[in-house]
Design a binder for this molecule. Structure first.
Ligand code: ADP
Length: 606
């Protein structure tokens, strides 16, 4: 049983040291050299396997006693930190961690009889039953695997590196990864008993157990062994330096030197073990870095720093993309702002042009109405003459009666009423003419097309008393539009029809003879969704090439004509959703020019 003189029992208990490592007396004995040994095969094996070494050191360190203290890996780490040991013999992986964290420094490396060199001695054997179907490391996926401990170098970490390289992540891809601890022989016994598919142990353990008779030669085998010339044990992995003998930060340098010399001069044991100059443990470091364990454990923790260290390339790329995206966004926004401004300017230009076009249209409308009025002026004057003459006659008759002293009330009252009626008739004509001549914006309101046509025909008859117009309609025809504009269109059609019949008369063509006496026929009829008004004449019609240009602005065949009436009329009808069209009459004599307007009642209730 080991003695740790410098530590109190409570302190060691607090450190979690194994019971056998706890001090038995109260004071540290400076003459005792304590060597902490990793007991991977159990405490007894430590005393047995390293007794030759202990005795040799004892003889080479006169006046001192040498003690071997057995620990598991965690216990040995605690003992190092508690300065409970002066030297350590431990696995290469554990040493590499202690070197990094606790300043352990190797003074010799074990030279084992089974290895070609101390530099290439330690490996992992992944052991399966001889008859198992497993052949390659990749076959371990989904299997139940036993290992020593997460921190065991040969008993887990070395194999883990190989499994990862074969595409099997031991932490993720196995059915079960079970850590069995020390002694490691139990792992192989469990595999033999079929309690697991495979076991990870330090290489050579299988061979040792077969030699000692613990296992039969044909029971187990090493999975996917790699060729290692000069090595007498099978490994499923690459090889790493053998166990080191290391001094600690607090070990006296003189003692370290003495021990180093003693180790290097020790003759090989009966089993063939000896000590060589310390190996390079760089390959162990490489393994740790790859598995992100030991000194590289921090790589597994997700801090900003580790993320930066691991993913700086990706982060740089992301940053670059972010900058590109920002530049792109700003550029797109600039373009959008520019395009919006252009669009706004274009819209304003368009609106300006539309306003201008509307104003021009209104001016044209007005001109056209004035033109019709101009054409109708003499007829209107003639029409006005009639009531004025009648007024004159009545006034003179009344004056004569009064002068002759015939002042009976009844005839004078009749005369005055007649004068009033005639002046009302004249005022009515003037009202209509003024309305037509007025400059005003068109309206859209519900109208009775029959009433509008009544008025237009009346005005036309008043202006052209000699013309005969056949017009009859009583049922109301509801439409949406501007009464004056529709009247303007109707007057235009009537005037054109009258002109055509007069022209026909003048021409004296056979088909048109006597057309002047023929009445113009105005009809209004309801169709499926709209109302249609047609003005039919018996004039000479038009030659096909003239007919094709009928609605062209400024197309006229008249010496005094403007050629605007039909094109403006078509525009007016279309602005209310209607049409204006012409066709020769069925018998080939004269034209029918028709306007249509949607039936307001039907359009209200679609
Ligand atoms: P304008 O009457 O000033 O010539 P319009 O646009 O009203 O202008 O008519 C254009 C031309 O269409 C007329 O000059 C005439 O030749 C022809 N036209 C219009 N209506 C008729 C019609 N009912 N019969 C024959 N020709 C017509």
């Amino acid at each position: 049983m080991a003695t740790l003189a410098s530590l109190t029992l409570a302190a060691l208990l607090a450190l979690g040291l194994p019971a056998h490592a706890q001090p038995q007396n109260g004071a540290r004995d400076d003459t005792t050299v304590r060597i902490g040994v990793l007991a991977y095969k159990g405490p007894e094996a430590v005393q047995r396997d390293w007794s030759r070494l202990r005795l040799w050191l004892q003889t080479r360190l006169p006046g001192r006693s040498v003690e071997l203290l057995d620990f598991d890996q965690v216990g040995l780490t605690h003992a190092v930190r508690a300065r409970a040991v002066d030297f350590i013999i431990t696995s290469s992986g554990h040493y590499a961690t202690l070197e990094q964290d606790d300043g352990a420094s190797r003074i010799a490396t074990l030279a084992s009889p089974w290895s070609a060199s101390p530099q290439l001695a330690i490996g992992s054997a992944i052991v399966v039953r001889r008859d198992a179907a497993l052949q390659a490391l990749a076959d371990l996926a989904g299997k139940h695997v036993l290992a020593v401990a997460p921190e065991a170098f040969g008993g887990y970490q070395i194999a883990a590196r190989e499994m990862l390289a074969a595409g099997v992540d031991p932490e993720r891809d196995l059915d079960r990864l079970q850590f069995n601890g020390f002694p490691t022989q139990q792992i192989l016994l469990a595999v033999r008993a079929g309690r697991a598919d495979a076991g990870i142990v330090r290489s050579c353990l299988l061979e040792q157990m077969i030699r000692s008779g613990e296992l039969g030669a044909g029971e187990l085998r090493v999975l996917a062994p790699l060729p290692h010339p000069g090595s007498s044990c099978q490994s499923s992995s690459r090889l790493y330096p053998d166990w080191p003998f290391a001094a600690l930060r607090h070990t006296a340098p003189a003692l370290s030197r003495q021990v180093a010399v003693a180790l290097l001069t020790m003759a090989p044991t009966a089993d063939g073990y000896s000590w060589a100059v310390p190996s390079d443990y760089g390959s162990v470091d490489e393994l740790f870095r790859e598995l992100r364990i030991g000194p590289y454990d921090y790589l597994r923790q997700w801090t900003f720093e580790t993320a930066l260290r691991r993913y700086w390339g990706l982060l740089l790329l992301a940053l670059g993309l972010l900058v590109l995206w920002a530049v792109h966004t700003v550029r797109v926004e600039q373009l959008v702002a520019k395009r919006s401004a252009e669009l706004l300017a274009a819209q304003q230009r368009e609106r300006g042009m539309a306003d201008e076009a509307q104003a021009r249209q209104a001016a044209l409308d007005h001109t056209a109405r004035l033109a019709i009025l101009g054409e109708m002026a003499s007829a209107i004057a003639h029409e006005l003459n009639q009531p004025l003459a009648a007024i004159g006659n009545f006034a003179r008759g009344m004056a004569r009666r009064i002068a002759a002293g015939r002042t009976e009330t009844a005839p004078l009252l009749e005369g005055a009423n007649e004068i009033a009626a005639q002046s009302e008739r004249a005022a009515d004509i003037m009202r209509k003419v003024r309305a037509l001549a007025q400059k005003r914006a068109p309206e859209r309101r519900k109208l009775d097309l029959t009433a509008v046509m009544d008025e237009a025909v009346a005005l036309f008859r008043a202006a052209h008393p000699q013309a005969r117009v056949d017009w009859q309609a009583d049922a109301p025809a509801p439409v949406l539009g501007d009464a004056l504009q529709i009247q303007q269109v109707a007057l235009n059609l009537l005037k054109n029809a009258l002109d055509a019949q007069r022209g026909a008369d003048d021409a004296g063509a056979e088909a048109c003879t006597g057309a002047a006496e023929t009445p113009l026929v105005v009809t209004l009829r309801a169709r499926e969704r709209d109302w249609q008004v047609c003005v039919r004449d018996r004039g000479c019609g038009l030659a096909p090439e003239q007919f094709a240009r009928l609605f062209e602005p400024f197309f006229t065949t008249k010496a005094e004509g403007l050629g605007l009436g039909l094109s403006l009329s078509k525009g007016i009808m279309e602005s209310f959703g209607g049409t204006l069209s012409a066709r020769p009459n069925d018998d080939g004599v004269g034209l029918s020019v028709c306007l249509t307007l949607p039936n307001f009642d039907l359009s209200e209730t679609p």
